[in-house]
Design a protein around this ligand. Structure first.
Ligand code: ZN
Length: 279
């Protein structure tokens, strides 16, 4: 049974104070956080399980770029809503902001495309191949969507499809990070959030497409208007969800850059206090 003294550099998760030399059962002398909390964030208790996951920081960075760029890409939908509002309320001033959102979306989609192409490691594993294919094609389709603007609702519908492709690309990456959930504590919760986002994106796309079809047939204007409001609400939920996902991804990236510590490294083994190199 190794001693319960921390024998490796271990920054407190809350304040960063180095806990080396203190008892694992104690509290941080600087901020009072239980040392066990800092241990659960860093201690790798099942090293072998993680061997199939090299470059976790690149995977986490892809999730961050993917979600943040999807958030930026939804600028197309915001631009459409602003243009419609300016038109119907006859306030041309609102429309001034629309091109800004369109440009932001264009930049975000380009970065997202490049992130899935270059940041996500090239691996032969099916889930990584699928994630790369979906992410790259999703952002490419999104870029095309930013040039389609003759029929605004059609653009809204069309934007939902690339957004769903990108979300389908992000989901397996989050699941790949989930086995490290002691360190990436909210990876599983984040994966569930992707499923909710897929649903709201699907609803936004489906209702706007139905509204478009209804508008073509006479006498169903009110139903079309109702569906358009539903589409806007679902799109709004999606945008908020993407912002949350980006914040979670930021946390995942931060965690992925801190290498996990083995039990031997942390507590020493048979009086050995040498820290092993590597993970
Ligand atoms: Zn502390």
């Amino acid at each position: 049974m190794p001693s319960s003294t921390i024998r490796h550099n271990l920054p407190c998760t809350k304040c960063g104070y180095d806990l080396e030399g203190l008892a694992a059962t104690g509290i941080c002398p600087e901020c009072g956080t239980a040392i066990v909390d800092s241990l659960t964030a860093r201690l790798d208790t099942e090293t072998r399980q993680f061997d199939d996951m090299p470059n976790p920081h690149r995977v986490a960075l892809t999730v961050l770029f993917g979600s943040a760029c999807a958030f930026g890409g939804s600028g197309i939908v915001l631009a459409l809503i602003l243009e419609k509002l300016a038109e119907s309320a006859e306030i041309p001033a609102i429309a001034v902001a629309a091109p800004v959102f369109r440009s932001a979306a264009f930049v975000a989609n380009t970065i997202g495309f490049l992130a899935f192409l270059t940041v996500l490691p090239w691996r032969r594993e099916p889930r990584f191949v699928r994630a790369k294919a979906l992410g790259v094609s999703g952002f490419a389709a999104w870029l095309i969507a930013s040039f389609v603007d003759e029929q605004s609702i059609a653009t809204a519908t069309y934007t939902a499809i690339p957004a769903m492709l990108v979300l389908f690309a992000i989901a397996p990456l989050l699941r790949a990070l989930a086995p490290r959930s002691r360190a990436y504590r909210n990876a599983r919760a984040t994966a569930q959030r992707v499923e909710g986002l897929l649903l709201s994106t699907g609803i936004a796309g489906g209702t706007s497409a139905t509204a478009l079809l209804l508008r073509a047939s006479p006498g169903s204007e009110s139903a079309a208007t109702l569906l358009t409001f539903l589409a806007v609400a679902a799109a709004g939920l999606t945008v908020i969800g993407l912002a949350y996902l980006s914040l979670n991804a930021l946390w995942l990236v931060r965690a992925s850059f801190q290498p996990l510590l083995t039990v031997e490294e942390t507590f020493g083994k048979g009086g050995t206090t040498n820290a092993k190199s590597g993970r």
